[in-house]
Design a protein around this ligand. Structure first.
Ligand code: SF4
Length: 443
């Protein structure tokens, strides 16, 4: 039997070869590869980097999909199914919208696919593929088999999974619902073994919230410190309340923490059910503590809550510029299916499309709901302008100097490489039509 993994892309504008130059390894594919029996042949097409061979000889196509890539995944599935190849789909979108996904696939995996992959392959081999597999939560994923990435041009950063889920209940978050508001830490020795195997100096610790289990994070930091790796990961601002933990993280190789500040408006934080972000204390002081520990911050902000106005953008930008963050993202709110946000906006009659991810003409960067204080177009364009202003040379220079003071000289190129590319990508990504222009290279 042969399985073809296909990682779908979002889309491209006419004439674009691909969006951006940096693509992360699709870690899920490597995890499933590790669980695939040796007598099953596999191959991978990454739609973000290469053209898909729709005529490849195969028995089963496996497509992991997110909401942004759902429409493209359905189009890919239709091409394979037209020639009689069975298609299985999984991932966040398949879990949050399983009935919709089932309309386009022979089988759907709800939850983590690792738990049911071996059964699914055996069913496929014996011609008894079921319509739905319930994967539940797999808290101890296997060591990924990354040999399937050979020859693909991925970012030279090792992805290592450290935990799944998060105990918080942020209204817009798809992850929280997926894991039913629980955190599932991965065994520390498994993480260390993956890090030791990684050929890369820089690692991204894949975790929805590293701070969800402080004791686990402490043990992890102590365990990986001797490995001499440099890493980035995703946490929350309350990290700054624990100076001893901050020092431990730095010793373990932490260079950058992604923190969802989301909003500076108390009303917006309350509405998104993240009020603890406001009560943690004075933000600037907490940010300073993280910076003083020698750790940079990738700050993320979200706009479009009912109390957000034009002044909110100005205030947020001033805060981000003053803080000299390593980098920052300025996103508009997006109602993902299966989230409380989606249900609320639907109940209030404010969704511009029932399913924006399938809507004809919908493109990346468009706002899919009616904001309370400005038009959808104004919200989208203010987010784009915030990204451009933050990436402008004057800001870049000031942030770069601050970053140099936090890190050893060997780490300095990381700041410039990452920020230069992120700045260039702002307009490359805006208005990319979903599921478009992917089946041929531009002439
Ligand atoms: S803290 Fe982050 S991962 Fe957790 S629910 Fe909120 S947005 Fe989701």
């Amino acid at each position: 039997m042969k399985v073809t993994f296909v990682v779908p892309a979002i889309g491209k504008k006419p004439g674009q070869r691909y969006i951006g130059t940096w693509k992360m390894e699709p870690l899920t594919v490597a995890a499933l590869q590790a669980l695939t029996p040796p007598d099953v042949e596999t191959e991978l097409f990454d739609d973000r980097l290469e053209l898909i061979d729709y005529d490849t000889a195969t028995d089963l196509v496996a497509l992991p999909l997110e909401t942004y890539t759902a429409r493209r995944a359905y189009a890919i599935a239709a091409r394979f199914r037209a020639r009689g190849v069975r298609v299985v789909m999984g991932g966040y979108h398949a879990t949050l919208a399983p009935d919709e996904t089932a309309e386009h696939a022979d089988a759907v995996v709800v939850g983590n696919a690792e738990s049911v992959w071996a059964t699914l392959l055996a069913d496929a081999a014996s011609g008894r593929l079921r319509r739905r597999y319930e994967g539940g939560v797999c808290a101890a994923p296997p060591p990924p088999d990354k040999r399937i990435f050979a020859g693909k041009r991925y970012l030279p950063v090792g992805l290592v999974e450290t935990g799944r889920g998060c105990g918080h209940v942020c209204e817009f978050c798809a992850i929280a619902g997926f894991y039913r508001h629980r955190y599932h830490p991965r065994p520390v020795d498994d993480i260390a073994a993956d890090l030791e195997r990684s050929p890369h100096r820089y690692q991204f610790l894949v975790d929805d919230n590293l701070m969800a289990d402080r004791e686990h994070l402490t043990r992890l930091a102590d365990r990986i410190a001797p490995l001499g790796k440099k890493w980035a990961g995703q946490g929350t601002l309350d990290l700054a309340r624990d100076p001893a933990l901050l020092a431990r993280l730095k010793r373990s190789g932490c260079e950058l923490i992604l923190i969802g500040f989301e909003s500076l408006e108390d009303a917006s934080l309350r509405q998104m059910r993240k009020p603890w972000n406001a009560v943690l204390g004075e933000r600037s002081a907490l940010v300073r503590r993280i910076h003083d520990a020698g750790i940079g911050i990738y700050a993320t902000f979200v706009f479009g809550y009912d109390g957000d106005t034009a002044a909110t953008f100005e205030r947020t930008l001033e805060f981000a510029e003053e803080a000299r963050f390593f980098t920052a993202a300025f996103n508009h709110l997006l109602p993902f299916p299966g989230t409380p946000l989606y249900d609320r906006l639907a109940a209030e009659g404010r969704l511009l499309h029932d399913k924006w991810w399938l809507a004809e003409g919908y493109s990346y960067g468009q706002v899919a709901f009616r904001p309370a204080t400005m038009s959808a177009e104004e919200l989208a364009s203010r987010c784009r302008d915030a990204r451009k202003r933050f990436a402008a040379p004057r800001n870049l220079g000031r942030r770069g100097l601050a970053s140099l003071r936090r890190s050893a000289p060997r780490e300095w190129p990381l700041f410039w490489a990452m920020n230069t590319r992120l700045g260039e990508e702002v307009d490359e990504k805006m208005n990319v039509p979903l599921a478009a222009n992917l089946d041929a290279w531009p002439k």
